[in-house]
Design a protein around this ligand. Sequence first.
Ligand code: NDP
Length: 233
Amino acid sequence: MESKKILVTGGNRGIGKGIVEGFLNDGNEVLASCRDLSKFPIKSDRLTVAELDISDSKSVDKFKKIVDDFRPEILINNAGITRDNLFLRMSDDEWLDVINTNLTGTYRVTKLVTKCMLKQKWGRIINISSISGMMGNSGQANYSASKSGIDGFTRSLAKELGSRNITVNSIAPGFISTDMTEDLINEDLIKKIPLKRMGVVEDVVSLVLFLSSDDANYITGQTLVVDGGLFMK
Ligand code: NDP
């Protein structure tokens, strides 16, 4: 595809870092957000890095000027957290932190870019949700709710923005090897995955790049699952 301007949240590690690298390798210009600029691991003359905490509306307000100057054509809402606990033990803070970061954070950043995309009459929004939001997962009532919320948000936005040539999709990964899942890997889990392995960051990155390309021009409002077959409807 011709070079595009892409905003990726949580670009400093895990899946987000892979997405930033994937877009840079394809010759694009990337604005990556992270919470601690001093720790950002990638350097490129086509990369701008800026501080953003998506759970904090003041931080999002500060980030707005950078987004307005950059004018993203593609947004990847990747940043997210888990605060796992069994429902009966789950605290209000564990619930609220996850909803505020994953769901409201996605809403906040999307709000920043939408006007710009409307003016450009072209845009791609890709939200990283999770199979946990589709199949449910014990100990993740907060996370599952936030991620299925993202899928519903994706479908509504796809309906609102379709006539303006903006597509909105979500990607629901299964278990991908990153810091988020390092304590979860075990043989029983691998046995349940038809492809008999954890996913790697590149498995998600290739789908992000596809959905951002002209090959995906007619795909909107979808949640695409990348999970080695773990969840089948
Ligand atoms: P990591 O924990 O490795 O990375 C999470 C990223 O999100 C980090 O860059 C982190 O920044 C950033 N982040 C967290 N909270 C905030 C915040 N309040 N404001 C801004 N940035 C924030 O996770 P993964 O790479 O594994 O996950 C990426 C996305 O993929 C998440 O949305 C996750 O829910 C989703 N996902 C992951 C799966 C997996 O198996 N790994 C499966 C399904 C979905 P910092 O370094 O500052 O903490």
